[in-house]
Design a protein. Structure first.
Length: 257
């Protein structure tokens, strides 16, 4: 890892493993033996238990032990997979949305995170849509609160009023039932600009068993699959799942036209 004080950054060698380590043995036998010792040294048992987790088990642990108690943004709870949040900032940097519609806000940590990202890029606002904002703490000058059911005519009218004519993206973290997600996809797709994204969160719950604390038999993934068959302006973008661990498998929908 390079630090700000490193005069000579370490660049991975393109040499074959055997050649590289043979050179090291000839150049510095002591360092070579130290390196061999790290290969033979057993990992501590507590770290082995912590790190020897399959992806499925790790995601269940994240959901049950971390998501609701440990994840926050600037002191405000943010119910997000942090790797997905990193992908969001990359999308925002690349697409420069003028408006981000976030459906489902809870305490508002993720809303404030989005607003701070827009501060950094120097433009844009967030429309925070939720049926109840009584516990919301994500207030920021760039945030507009729209309180009501996401599919209620008055809610959609208010969102239209704020977002009209502006380049936008949508992040869905509201009611995760298939029927409601499909309704939101159909209703809010018009706010997504070509080249930008409609992100449907928590599609992973369809891939888990209902009894393991994370699964659902009627989650958003089915809504995504149906929606992309109906609306050919959108395509699933699997390239956004480059960290592998994501709560949104097949949930990054890019508007291609």
């Amino acid at each position: 890892m390079q630090t700000g004080n490193s005069p000579n950054p370490v660049v991975p060698s393109a040499e074959p493993w055997l050649v590289r380590n043979s050179r090291l043995l000839l150049r510095d036998p002591r360092l070579f033996l130290q390196k061999v010792a790290t290969w033979l040294k057993p990992m501590r048992a507590d770290y082995r238990r912590r790190w020897d987790r399959g992806l499925r088990r790790w995601m269940i642990r994240y959901h049950t032990d971390l998501l609701f108690d440990k994840v926050s943004w600037m002191g405000v709870p943010a119910r997000k997979m942090v790797l997905d949040a990193w992908v969001y900032q990359q999308i925002i940097h690349e697409t420069r949305p003028e408006i981000i519609i976030e459906i489902g806000n809870a305490e508002g940590g993720s809303t404030k995170y989005l607003a701070h990202l827009l501060d950094i890029v120097g433009q844009g606002e967030v429309i925070a849509v939720d049926i109840d904002h009584s516990t919301f703490r994500g207030h920021h000058p760039r945030v507009h609160l729209v309180t009501g059911d996401s599919l209620a005519p008055e809610t959609l009218a208010r969102v239209e009023e704020i977002a009209h004519g502006r380049r936008g993206m949508v992040i869905h973290d509201g009611d995760h039932s298939r029927e409601h997600v499909l309704g939101d996809l159909r209703a809010y797709a018009k706010f997504v600009s070509p080249g930008s994204y409609f992100i449907v969160e928590d599609t992973a719950i369809d891939l888990f068993r209902a009894g393991d604390g994370l699964g659902s038999v009627n989650g958003p993934l089915g809504a995504v699959e149906q929606f992309v068959r109906e609306d050919t302006r959108f395509q699933i973008d699997p390239d956004r799942e480059y960290f592998v661990m994501t709560f949104n498998p097949r949930g990054y929908l890019k508007r291609v036209r």
